[in-house]
Design a protein around this ligand. Sequence first.
Ligand SMILES: Nc1ncnc2c1ncn2[C@@H]1O[C@H](COP(=O)(O)OP(=O)(O)OP(=O)(O)O)[C@@H](O)[C@H]1O
Ligand SMILES: [Mg+2]
Length: 353
Amino acid sequence: MDLREGMISYGARSTASRNARCSSARATSQPSRCHARRMNPSSISPDRLEHLRHLEAHLAEQIRGQDHVLPRVASVLHRGELGLAPRSRPRGSFLFLGPTGVGKTELTIAFTRYLAGHDKLFRFDMSEYQTQDSLGLLLGGKLGEVGLLGLTVAKSATGTLPFDEIEKAHPRVLDVFLQVLDAARVTMANGEALDLSGFYIVFTSNLGAAELLNLQHSSFTTMERHVLTKAQRSLRPELYARISEKIVFSRLSYDVQLDIARLHIGRELALLRGRGFDLVTDETVVSFLIQRGFHPRLGARPLRDAVEKYLRGAVADALLAEVSLHRGEFVVCGGELLLRPSQRTVPTVAIGG
Ligand SMILES: Nc1ncnc2c1ncn2[C@@H]1O[C@H](COP(=O)(O)OP(=O)(O)OP(=O)(O)O)[C@@H](O)[C@H]1O
Ligand SMILES: [Mg+2]
């Protein structure tokens, strides 16, 4: 089990670490049946209501170029948070479809942190659940093993459960999701029922994404229909029909990636400011980074990596050279990104910072 930035991730792992996780499941006492706390609509505080009112605006600050997605996601989340989702079902369920690197996971992280906190996201990578045996990994097996879903519920009665690459899951695992979406319950191998009514369920998939990238001249509605039809067939119509919102994410245009570059630069500068470095940058730096990070098919992941690599690389070089970074500026010089002590008399506006 991985704990990164408060996010528990059940990703692709070696057999050795899988065994380790299974034995940790054995060592942990069995979770008692959980009672998910559902909000009574009349008991919601004015502060919480105010927080919920800002949900969509908050998501729009983090997720760019997916404007059609946010109101639909916020609507499900509002109902879930206000206690208006059917009692016997999860708080809300989503199928996020679309190409790689366009914000499916980023949005899931953003809304979970905003609504529940940093440690309430429990990711499952369905490429690990391709065989019938993998059901044991999820729900436990003989010898009283609890399974990773049981361990999760023992840890928290609320949060978000993203199941990535859902199309790779074995049909028996998909059957489990039918039960989860219908009744917010699942029966583990030891006979104990888990209550998942306090969770949001997020399935993600790249199904149909290759075609979506190739159909660049079609309207988004045409591409969306194509991807949804493909998903419905692959996941079985009965599972598809039980999911609250099925949403196709757009590919990210150059302009959107430019916007994302500024967002990420702003985040990096804020992070560095937290370490006592007052650093600024300008549009030449943005151009430098977008040239190295823009990718029309891989979304914003290479861009995010380029921003981290070049900005942090320049900081590391400056620190090693004992350059004072109390006030500094990033500059592009001879095809390289460098950091130097600020030579500006007029304060530069820090992008997004
Ligand atoms: N729409 C977006 N707005 C802001 N940042 C984005 C957006 N899309 C992607 N990013 C950046 O790119 C990174 C990768 O995106 P993300 O993990 O959401 O991809 P994904 O859609 O889940 O892809 P995959 O299908 O491969 O899982 C994020 O960590 C984030 O930094
Ligand atoms: Mg993802």
